[in-house]
Design a binder for this molecule. Sequence first.
Ligand SMILES: Nc1ncnc2c1ncn2[C@@H]1O[C@H](COP(=O)(O)OP(=O)(O)OP(=O)(O)O)[C@@H](O)[C@H]1O
Ligand SMILES: [Mg+2]
Length: 234
Amino acid sequence: MAEKEMNSETAEEEPSIEKASETESEEEEQEYKLTDLPGIGPAAAAKLEAAGIYDLMGLAVASPAELAELAGVGEAVARKAIQAARKMLKLGFVDGLEYAKRREAVEKITTGSKNLDMLLGGGVETKAITEAFGAYGSGKTQLGLTLSVNVQLPRDMGGVNGKAVFIDTEGTFRPERIKQIAEAIGANPEKVLKNIFVARAFNSDHQMLLVDKIGEMIKEGEPIKLIVTVTCIA
Ligand SMILES: Nc1ncnc2c1ncn2[C@@H]1O[C@H](COP(=O)(O)OP(=O)(O)OP(=O)(O)O)[C@@H](O)[C@H]1O
Ligand SMILES: [Mg+2]
């Protein structure tokens, strides 16, 4: 309905504006491959991917020594590649307007509670880390489980049409609870469970390994929009 209304109102001018901004953002978000970097050929790129570096960001934040070892190149070459990656990503300062534009890509996932959503400015943000801390039994795990369900909702219902990853460090993932939460919002429990990838992490190294694996899954096309990790601080 809303779409129809917009179309009939906007006649001829609006589409050209939309087009202009689309091209602009396409340019901005141009995806460079690892092999676009100087000194990184297909063989080195394959080694980097095997080590969990899939994109320029992963490379831009690597150290030359680390990269040299992973990719089997000299440190000088590694340093050059890292600098090139940083340049391509335009890391550094941006003006406020540019920053605002980037923020537009941030989406919100409903917590299921209107009040909590309001406190969070509309929900849990994508492209960000949200930390929940509280006493035993205050609902941290329930929040993680609920978000794993809600992330799958369509955008007009407070979700982002995505899948979730649940890294279970405590053994607190409960499929039965997910089913209850899904049923409560009228979603198909089986489908909801199918869209949550669960892994048990046994220590922090293992957790890192799992995080690398998520990068691989996203690269393979899984629309993962939420990562929940329930950490235990003893
Ligand atoms: N199946 C359920 N139905 C309704 N409420 C539930 C259900 N399971 C748990 N809860 C509620 O959630 C609370 C526990 O919350 P949760 O396990 O998320 O706490 P937590 O903050 O993760 O605690 P901890 O620090 O011990 O891990 C319980 O007190 C209970 O009220
Ligand atoms: Mg918990």
